[in-house]
Write a protein that binds this ligand. Structure first.
Ligand code: CP
Ligand code: NVA
Length: 305
């Protein structure tokens, strides 16, 4: 099988996503039934974290063990990565010893350089620019609750960040629309998001307008990891970008609410929304496990019929 990386959402085709969603559903069903699913016996995943994590760490680590494999956990602080060993050399070495690498880091160029020198598939576990594994889980969650996302409207309220960029790539690829509302100065940059055209998204100044008629309302922290120095300025700029019950009221009556977590109640989302009946955030978090198991299996073994 030819070497395949998952560095951004657009690295896979709509057809490959259809397979992954089906496969993830099967893997989830077996997991719930305590039915062993060990397709990656004796394979090893290296996980490299240059930023903090709860969900990504637990879902990749538990997932790899459940598939019959094992994991190596590295951070900047406890490896030579923090002592300026070139990323290219780290890639050459690590990829001779393991079968798969997951990286959470800062610039997308870092993960690209790693992948360029890696003998094994590399998965993006979050960069400043993208968070493809999260959107994979989010769309799987939407499908579980509401069926196909094609033709639907997703309202993004908040920062034009890694999550927003990835939603745009997914919309372009899978045929839905994103209504984007960000404070001024925090807009999505189409070139950074890596989307070809404006067709899959519409920009709204007013977050209420972005939510009108949406099938899914979603948001994220005001300050992403790596941007902490801007925290105070962001708190002032984002004050009106808090998903509240009014925004949910103008969305479709059956609209879902998602948040990749961790969340700050009272900042980007009201407690009544994230803890309310339209919120599917716990399913969304759990689904990281199932979709990533399908993804790891796919990158190493291809389609299994
Ligand atoms: N959503 C997400 O990636 O969570 P963590 O930062 O806890 O991994
Ligand atoms: N946008 C957030 C997502 C955290 C999972 C960040 O990059 O910190």
């Amino acid at each position: 099988m030819s070497l395949k990386h998952y560095l951004q959402f657009s690295d896979l085709t709509a057809d490959e996503y259809a397979y992954l969603f089906e496969r993830a559903a099967l893997i989830k069903k077996k997991f719930k039934a305590y039915d062993k699913h060990q397709t990656l016996t004796d394979r090893t995943l290296a996980m490299i974290f240059e930023k903090a994590s709860t969900r990504t760490r637990v879902s990749f680590e538990a997932g790899m063990y459940q598939l019959g494999g094992s994991v190596v956990h590295l951070t900047t602080g406890d490896s030579q990565l923090g002592r300026a060993e070139p990323i290219e050399d780290s890639a050459r070495v690590i990829s001779r010893m393991v079968d798969l690498v997951m990286i959470r880091t800062y610039e997308q160029t870092k993960i690209e350089r790693f992948a360029e020198h890696s003998r094994v598939p590399v998965i993006n576990g979050l960069t400043n620019e993208f968070h493809p594994c999260q959107i994979l889980a989010d769309i799987f969650t939407f499908i579980e609750h509401r069926g196909s996302i094609r033709g639907k409207t997703v309202a993004w309220v908040g920062d034009g960040n890694n999550m927003a960029n990835t939603w745009l790539q997914a919309a372009e690829l899978l045929g839905f629309t994103v209504h984007l509302s960000t404070p001024s100065g925090y807009e999505v940059d189409q070139a950074v998001a890596g989307v070809r055209s404006h067709d899959a998204y519409k920009v709204f100044k007013d977050p209420m307008q972005a939510c009108e008629g949406a099938d899914l309302v979603t948001t994220d922290v005001w300050t992403s990891m790596g941007f902490e120095a801007e925290n105070e300025a962001r708190k002032a700029a984002f004050a009106d970008w808090c998903v509240d019950t009014e925004m949910m009221r103008v969305a479709r009556p059956d609209a879902l609410f998602m948040h990749c977590l961790p969340a700050h109640r009272g900042e980007e989302v009201q407690a009544d929304v994230i803890d309310g009946p339209q919120s599917v955030v716990w399913d969304e978090a759990e689904n990281r496990l199932h979709v990533q198991k399908a993804l790891m299996e796919y990158l190493l073994l291809g389609r299994i019929q």
